[in-house]
Design a protein around this ligand. Structure first.
Ligand code: ZN
Length: 110
C-alpha cells in the first residue's frame, strides 16, 4: 500500500529563504525626461527633506523642503523665474509634490 506524503512535510523540506538583496532605483519622468531620484541627507535644522534629481547627461538638481513649507530647487528655472514669484515652483518641485515626495505648504502630502 502506497502512502502519500502530507503537504505539510513538503513545506518543511524547502530551503530557507535567502535574505532579500539587490539594487533599488527610483526614476521619475518629467515631461518625458528621466530623472534618477534619490533622497539625500540634509541638516535637520535647515530642511525637513532633500531630494537629488539627476538626468542621464549628469545634470543634477537639488530640491529641499525647508521648515517654512515652501520647497526650493537649484535649477535655473526656479532660481531666475520662480523663486518668490510662482508659489507652485518649478517642474521639479511640482513633480515631486505630485508623487508625494514633498509635503506641500498647504499641509500634508499631495
Ligand atoms: Zn527645479
Amino acid at each position: 500500500m502506497a502512502s502519500v506524503p502530507s503537504p505539510r512535510a513538503a513545506v518543511q523540506r524547502r530551503k530557507p529563504a535567502r535574505p532579500a538583496h539587490g539594487v533599488a532605483r527610483l526614476t521619475l519622468f518629467i515631461n518625458g525626461t528621466a530623472y534618477n531620484v534619490r533622497p539625500i541627507a540634509c541638516d535637520p535644522a535647515a530642511a525637513l527633506t532633500a531630494v537629488r534629481l539627476r538626468k542621464s547627461d549628469g545634470t543634477t538638481y537639488h530640491v529641499a523642503l525647508p521648515h517654512d513649507g515652501h520647497p526650493i530647487c537649484d535649477c535655473p528655472d526656479y532660481v531666475f523665474h520662480r523663486d518668490g514669484i510662482d508659489a507652485d515652483g518649478c517642474k521639479h518641485i511640482r513633480a515631486l509634490t505630485v508623487v508625494g515626495m514633498l509635503a506641500t505648504r498647504k499641509g500634508g502630502v499631495a
